[in-house]
Design a protein around this ligand. Structure first.
Ligand code: PRT
Ligand code: ZN
Length: 285
């Protein structure tokens, strides 16, 4: 039977989370021992383990049908591929940073300066778009030490918490792009593989939705039901069940992680009691 070949990072920041997502989608990777290839036992899927930088080109060449990479890696590769889904992990940004002592007034600062980076493609595009003439120094790894050793006046690198910049005496001055892990695929896949990737993305979306939402149960005084329902949209609308105790109802609903604490605050203000919050295993919307 035909299998969908999906490339993921062999070892690094994306590996564990990519694998976790696939297994949470109910796909069994019994020999997950990171050889070159793993074959799923209960889904037509083959996993190829590669360096992340190679993944876009392998997908474009048809060696793999799909892949999971950071958007920064996709952008730097210059390969044009379809982004099927954003996966919500490995979030970071690509930023320009200068030494803390620099009196930075704006982008013009970079004219005539030397900037060290491992992402020359993304940086060049940014500089061209902003009409800045700077010298790009490509270095692989430890970009953050480039200004300290006098190799460059600034760096362009991945920032997540910002602590690497701080501990190297740098400050972030321009944030150029945001990135997270994405599922990419070749645009010209045979029909049979398209069906597999549709089923695969359907399952990934169920996993993503379940991670972003919580199931909530609470008791509400009947006279406050309208107010409480107005802050609990639910998937269609909340379930309302009468309690044995007169004048009270039980409400069941789904709340998005992003609004969670705000919703809880309003529920308490309206007199909700016994609020239970439960993780969702899978969510099909
Ligand atoms: O060997 P291979 O080529 O496959 O891996 P790699 O070494 O190129 O990549 P890896 O595993 O380090 O990162 C994979 C992807 O994770 C990146 O392409 C990004 O999309 C994403 N990502 C998310 C990050 C970070 N967060 C991150 N913080 N990649 C790197 N960093 C590094 C950054 O380079 C800097 O040195 O962490 C430091 C900054 O972190 P803070 O928290 O101190 O700001
Ligand atoms: Zn890499």
């Amino acid at each position: 039977m035909e299998k969908l070949k999906i490339a993921i990072q062999k070892s690094g920041r994306l590996s564990e989370k990519s694998l976790a997502m696939i297994t949470e989608a109910g796909i069994n990777l019994s020999n997950g021992s990171r050889k070159l290839i793993t074959i799923a036992s209960n889904f037509p899927l083959e996993i190829l383990y590669l360096r992340d930088d190679d993944i876009p080109q392998y997908v474009a060449d048809g060696v793999a049908d799909a892949g999971i990479v950071g958007e920064n890696v996709l952008a730097e590769s210059g390969v044009s591929l379809e982004v099927i889904d954003r996966l919500g992990f490995a979030r970071c940004r690509l930023s320009l940073a200068v030494q803390r002592s620099v009196d930075y007034q704006g982008k013009d600062y970079f004219n005539g300066k030397r900037i060290a980076t491992s992402y020359p493609g993304i940086l060049k595009k940014y500089l061209d778009d902003n009409n800045i003439k700077a010298e790009i120094h490509v270095i692989n790894g430890s970009v953050e030490i480039a200004t300290g050793i006098g190799l460059a006046d600034a760096i362009f690198d991945i920032v997540s918490s910002g602590s690497t910049l701080i501990s190297n005496g740098l400050k972030e001055v321009e944030s150029i792009m945001n990135s997270e892990a994405v599922l990419i695929a070749s645009a010209d896949m045979p029909e049979s593989k398209k069906e597999i990737i549709d089923e695969f993305t359907f399952r990934l979306r169920a996993v993503l939705a379940s991670r972003n939402n919580k199931y909530i149960l609470l008791n509400a005084p009947d006279e406050k039901l309208d107010e409480i329902i107005s802050v609990l949209p639910g998937m269609k609308s909340p379930t309302v069940l009468p309690l044995a105790l007169k004048g009270w109802s039980s409400l069941h609903s789904v709340v998005n992680e992003n609004d969670f604490w705000q919703v809880i605050g309003k529920l308490r203000d309206y007199g909700a009691e016994g609020i239970l919050v439960i993780p969702i295993e899978k969510m099909i919307v």
